[in-house]
Each structure stands twice: as structure tokens, then as C-alpha cells.
Write a protein that binds this ligand. Structure first.
Ligand code: GRG
Length: 301
């Protein structure tokens, strides 16, 4: 039997390989002159090549690999597309009209590096480009339409945008645990669920498998956001690459603020446990996704 530290090392090595593959695909897309006009190339490159953790695209690749035994081109494109949408959401979230932050991923935010109008347009460009690459680069039109539908549902007005709207509406206003769960599920967890599902779809998952992946993704995503709330209280700006302690200063509704730190940790643990349980039918092939769920509990950035 492998020791815990060996399993952890293998997982970290695997994640590093996935991150490299995501970065390679993004670089390839960035180099396409037909896709991005000259004026936008620099800010789009700045935003996309920042040192993000690439967790969502890594989930896409892992789910495809788990289901089919390999990573195919469709999964690489889908992984790049979800990272583009995630990056757009960070750029817009950092704007003065939203969370108003100067640092992201350890560097100046897009509107600080360039200007506000450029940051808005860079976000718009990434959001649109994600759907363009899915429409044009996914092999089969039916698969492209399925992936576009999943991604639009997760990122759109009944997903991430809805979560962000509720998040802003509840600033400095008391939310109960149910509302907080609604905000976090929409703002964060649905994009994780989408990552797992589109990865599975690219690998040819059947409905039963997709149901499991949906459950895994949603639980991991909610756990990830609770861990993010905890980190905002307990982490440093250097660790996070963005301003720490900001949620409380802005009167944000977070798990530590609403249920306390101890219950937040308990809840994150429970979600990781349930996420891992959802992977049971995949057996040993799910090892990396299991490790990922557990690693989120101890994350420091
Ligand atoms: C602007 C429509 C719109 C939505 C914004 C993503 C988001 C919604 C807001 C960012 C602030 C925040 C705390 C969101 C929750 C999701 C989250 C934890 C984002 C950060 O994701 P990481 O840690 O970031 O994966 P990296 O930089 O590693 O990619």
C-alpha cells in the first residue's frame, strides 16, 4: 500500500501536468491572430497567463481521463473555455463597481494594470471567446452544443451571474444560511459542477456517470468556496495573491460570518466527504479527484 505522502506527491505531480496542459492550450489559443484583435491581445494575455490555480480546467481534464482513460482534444478545448470564463469573472469582480480590488493572482488587477474600460472589454472578450472556441474547435457539432449549453447555464443568469448579483445585494445585509448557500452555490459551485460534467461529456460519460459527476462537482465547489471564506479570515494577502480580510470589511456574507469558523470547517469537511462518496462507482480511477476534494480542505491559496 502507498504511503499518504506518496499519494500526495503523485497527486501534486498530476496536477502540475494538468496545469501545464491547460497553459499550453491557452497559449495556443492566444497565439491565434484570427481570434484576438491586436488591441486586445496584450490585456487578454495578461489576464489569462496570470498564475491561477487552474482548478476548474484540471477537473475537466481529470473527469475526461477518468471516464475514457485519456485526455482528448475536446477536453483540452473545454478546459481552456472554462478557464476563460472564470478569468473574465475575476476581472469583472475586481472592478470598482463590484469588489474593487487592486491585486489578483499576486499581480495588479486588469483595471489597475490597464484601465477600467480595457478591463471590461477584456472580460467581454474572454467570455465570448470561450464560446467561440467551443463552437469552432469541438469535433462534433452535437458535442459543441452540449458543452455550450452546460457552460452558459453555469456562468449565466441562473448561475454565476445570479450568484454575483445576490452577493452584491446582500453586502452589509444579514443573510441566513439558506441564502448564503444560494449565493455560494450559484457564484462558485455551479462552475465546478460544470467543469466535472463537461469533462465527463468529452470523455463520453453516460447519464449515470454524469449524475455522479454533477454531485461531485457541486459539493467540491461549495466546499472550495467555504474554504475560500475561511482563508479570507485566516490567510495573508501574500498567500492569497489578493487582499485578505476584505470580505469582513466589505460586509460580505460568508460562512465564517454567518455560522462561525468552527462550523464552516465542519461543513467544508462534510462536503469533501460527500464529494468523495459520489465517486464510488469510478473506483481507483477516481483517485486524483478524491485527492483534489481532500486537498481543498487544507488549501492555503
Ligand atoms: C463578475 C459575473 C461575475 C461573477 C464573479 C468569480 C466571481 C464571480 C467572483 C470572484 C470572487 C470570489 C471569491 C468568487 C468565488 C469564486 C472564487 C473562490 C474565485 C477564485 O477562484 P480561484 O481561487 O482563483 O480558483 P484562481 O486565481 O486560482 O483561478
Amino acid at each position: 500500500m502507498k504511503s499518504d505522502s506518496k499519494v500526495k506527491r503523485e497527486f501534486e505531480g498530476d496536477l502540475e501536468r494538468k496545469v501545464k496542459l491547460v497553459n499550453k492550450t491557452l497559449k495556443e489559443i492566444l497565439s491565434r491572430k484570427d481570434l484576438i484583435s491586436k488591441e486586445l491581445r496584450e490585456p487578454v494575455r495578461y489576464a489569462l497567463t496570470g498564475p491561477g490555480k487552474r482548478i476548474r480546467p484540471a477537473i475537466v481534464l481529470w473527469c475526461c481521463e477518468m471516464v475514457s482513460g485519456k485526455i482528448n482534444r475536446d477536453a483540452q478545448i473545454a478546459a481552456a473555455a472554462i478557464e476563460m470564463i472564470h478569468t473574465y469573472s475575476l476581472i469583472h469582480d475586481d472592478l470598482p463597481a463590484m469588489d474593487d480590488d487592486d491585486y489578483r493572482r499576486g499581480r495588479l488587477t486588469c483595471h489597475k494594470k490597464f484601465d477600467e474600460a480595457t478591463a471590461i472589454l477584456t472580460g467581454d472578450a474572454l467570455l465570448t471567446l470561450a464560446f467561440e472556441v467551443l463552437a469552432k474547435e469541438i469535433k462534433s457539432p452535437v458535442m459543441a452544443a452540449r458543452l455550450v449549453g452546460e457552460l452558459a447555464e453555469a456562468a449565466g443568469p441562473a448561475g454565476m451571474v445570479a450568484g454575483q448579483m445576490a452577493d452584491l445585494n446582500y453586502e452589509k445585509k444579514d443573510a441566513d444560511e439558506k441564502m448564503l448557500r444560494y449565493i455560494h452555490t450559484n457564484k462558485t459551485a455551479k462552475m465546478f459542477r460544470c467543469a466535472a460534467v463537461i469533462g465527463g461529456m468529452c470523455g463520453g460519460a453516460n447519464e449515470k456517470q454524469l449524475k455522479r459527476l454533477r454531485e461531485y462537482g457541486l459539493k467540491v465547489g461549495l466546499g472550495f468556496q467555504i474554504a475560500d471564506d475561511i482563508l479570507d479570515v485566516c490567510g495573508t494577502s501574500k498567500q492569497l495573491g489578493k487582499t485578505s480580510g476584505k470580505d469582513a470589511r466589505q460586509g460580505k456574507q460568508t460562512y465564517p460570518a454567518v455560522v462561525g469558523l468552527e462550523k464552516s470547517r465542519e461543513l467544508a469537511g462534510k462536503l469533501a466527504y460527500e464529494a468523495v462518496a459520489a465517486l464510488k462507482p469510478f473506483g481507483e480511477k477516481a483517485e486524483a479527484l478524491r485527492q483534489l476534494a481532500e486537498s481543498l480542505l487544507n488549501r492555503t491559496r
